[in-house]
Design a protein around this ligand. Structure first.
Ligand SMILES: *[C@@H]1O[C@H](CO)[C@@H](O)[C@H](O)[C@H]1NC(C)=O
Ligand SMILES: *[C@@H]1O[C@H](CO)[C@@H](O)[C@H](O)[C@H]1NC(C)=O
Ligand SMILES: *[C@@H]1O[C@H](CO)[C@@H](O)[C@H](O)[C@H]1NC(C)=O
Ligand SMILES: *[C@@H]1O[C@H](CO)[C@@H](O)[C@H](O)[C@H]1NC(C)=O
Ligand SMILES: *[C@@H]1O[C@H](CO)[C@@H](O)[C@H](O)[C@H]1NC(C)=O
Ligand SMILES: *[C@@H]1O[C@H](CO)[C@@H](O)[C@H](O)[C@H]1NC(C)=O
Ligand SMILES: *[C@@H]1O[C@H](CO)[C@@H](O)[C@H](O)[C@H]1NC(C)=O
Ligand SMILES: *[C@@H]1O[C@H](CO)[C@@H](O)[C@H](O)[C@H]1NC(C)=O
Length: 474
């Protein structure tokens, strides 16, 4: 079937032509988690790819920054996950530390240094903020090697002094907390507020790059030290933990975070967000915490770069695969944010959403799937109940603080689907709705608006597609 702008606004007369006929009900009175947003990282010098490392012209640097961070001209990502470096230089793709060399001992005066660059992440943060980005999540993959049991930023190891771990050089726990606070201060003094702070990345993994081990008990011990340090310094920031390598691995750390100490407080009391990745287990269930949760990293690390496929066979790098991942994370796993691994980079794999080759900018369908959510589901929007009568059509819905409702419909069927969408009881009368379609044929294409009568409208969506319906109020 040929899909056209007219077809989206299917009239009741054409209903018989569709193999799938789904009733979608949105219930704005049934409200769930609130949203912080969407985003990616440009850590390990991927920020430099955006600033022309592989030949991107100034014009296309602006273009890719707009694609990622402008709500009007692009996806309007709201979260940038920066890496707090642990390396003694920034050669290769290393992220340099603000204290590259040991000051001698944990009690020596620290020797901090600030280059206003941070492996490209500082100027990127400025550019993203200039386009409206509200949240900067700074996360350390590892403490500097001299603070760890293995004297190396790589290959895991533990923070010296944490439960069960001692070092000849002493107890570096407070020094690491002070170091993280200093990083936040350097950014703040330079005009960029870090809004969220984390100190671990995939602590279950022993890998050749920057990494640090921790179980839930050890993480809880450090969360309290860091939380109390921030309180003493009067720094208001949202603390996160623990960027577990998978959702189940993060779940396994939570009991440790919830142990109540002699002071009557648990680590969870100091945290604002519990964070986990999607690699070894996907976000398909809510984590057992009262805190908000964020999916802070996930990607397809193995597939060859797949830019133009929304759906072929459900492959790990396809656009619809990611549309499903995002929808499932919000609907089934109760996340408040979805952060892909890399936004834009020069790569042969799907680890990024946008590829940069010489002066070419190639957004993938994964990017357009993220944008279908992020452009219309803005910070502090609330997820609301939405149901579909047909198993091959799945739906999610959010109400923004300005009353705009965004409904994402994924049609995983092999034929176009005719939809009757009922908005239920709305706060303002809805007059029109605008569909934005992503599929093998379309990249978040704005279609003709549809009239809404008595809070209900008819539409058709193509086979294997993601459509965001966005309401317009009087
Ligand atoms: C990276 O950019 C270079 C240009 O500097 C280009 O020749 C190469 O094909 C690109 N590599 C990938 C994997 O995109
Ligand atoms: C800096 O780190 C590298 C490993 O990345 C190491 O080979 C080198 O010795 C270190 N330099 C100093 C001065 O410690
Ligand atoms: C502080 O570190 C810098 C390099 O970051 C080094 O040049 C300087 O000598 C160090 N100062 C002291 C007192 O160790
Ligand atoms: C975490 O590791 C420490 C040190 O080995 C140990 O004492 C503690 O029981 C462990 N906690 C959990 C929850 O496994
Ligand atoms: C850590 O690993 C990276 C490569 O992943 C390497 O470039 C760096 O030199 C290593 N650091 C040390 C201290 O050996
Ligand atoms: C979802 O997350 C919120 C915090 O954002 C929490 O209050 C609520 O209990 C969670 N719901 C479920 C089902 O876990
Ligand atoms: C920018 O990127 C586009 C798309 O990849 C490309 O066609 C164009 O040649 C690039 N350069 C400039 C200066 O626009
Ligand atoms: C989408 O359909 C394909 C078969 O065409 C199936 O393998 C896949 O599991 C479906 N995905 C979802 C999320 O239903």
């Amino acid at each position: 079937m040929v899909f056209s702008k007219v077809a989206v606004a299917a009239s009741a007369l054409s209903l018989g032509a569709y193999a799938i006929d789904a009733q979608i009900n949105v219930d704005l009175q049934a409200r769930y988690q609130s949203v912080d947003g969407f985003g990616c990282s440009q850590a390990f010098q991927r920020a430099e790819d955006i600033f022309g490392k592989y030949g991107l012209s100034p014009k296309n640097q602006s273009y890719v920054l707009d694609l990622m961070y402008s709500e009007e001209r692009g996806a309007g990502f709201t979260i940038l996950r920066n890496g707090i470096g642990s390396s003694n230089s920034s050669t290769s793709n290393l992220m340099n530390s603000i204290e590259p060399f040991s000051p001698g001992s944990p009690s020596s005066t620290p020797n901090y240094t600030w280059d206003h660059y941070n492996s490209g992440q500082f100027p990127l943060s400025q550019q993203a903020r200039a386009r409206g980005l509200p949240y900067i999540y700074a996360d350390a993959w590892s403490a500097p090697g001299y603070m760890k049991t293995n004297q190396d930023e790589n290959w895991s190891g533990f923070l010296c002094g944490i439960e069960g771990e001692t070092c000849p050089s002493g107890d570096w726990r407070q020094a690491y907390a002070d170091y993280l606070v200093q990083y936040v201060k350097f950014y703040a003094e330079s005009g960029v507020p870090v809004t969220h702070l984390g100190f671990l990345n995939e602590p279950q993994e022993v890998v050749s790059y920057a990494s640090m081990g921790s179980n839930g008990t050890q993480a809880a011990e450090f969360v309290k030290i860091l939380g109390q340090t921030l309180e003493r310094e009067g720094i208001d920031i949202e603390l996160t933990c623990c960027d577990g390598v998978g959702w189940s691995e993060q779940e396994a750390m939570i009991p440790g975070l919830q142990v109540v100490g002699p002071d009557g407080k648990s680590a969870e009391d100091y945290l604002s967000v519990v964070t986990g990745h999607g690699y070894s287990s996907a976000p398909t269930f809510p984590l057992s915490t009262k805190r908000r949760t964020w999916l802070t990293e996930w990607t397809d690390l193995s597939g060859a770069f797949t830019p133009y496929t929304f759906f072929a066979d459900g492959g790990a790098g396809e656009g619809m695969t990611w549309a499903n991942h995002i929808q499932t994370a919000f609907v089934n796993a109760n996340v408040s944010a979805f952060i892909y691994w890399i936004g834009a980079e020069n790569s042969t794999t799907n680890s990024g959403m946008i590829n940069l080759i010489n002066d070419e900018v190639i957004p993938s369908k994964r990017f357009w799937s993220m944008a279908s959510f992020s452009k219309f589901v803005r910070p502090n929007a609330q997820r609301v109940k939405a149901t579909s009568s047909d198993a091959s059509v799945t739906v999610s819905a959010f109400e923004n603080t300005n009353g705009v409702v965004a409904i994402q419909v994924i049609n995983n069927g092999t034929s176009a689907a005719s939809l009757t969408i009922d908005l239920g009881k709305t706060h303002k009368e809805v007059k029109k709705v605008v569909p934005w379609v992503t599929s093998n044929d379309y990249d978040l294409e704005e279609m003709s608006e549809i009239d809404v009568k008595h809070n209900s409208f008819l539409a058709s969506v193509p086979a294997r597609s993601l459509t965001s319906f966005v309401t317009e109020c009087e």
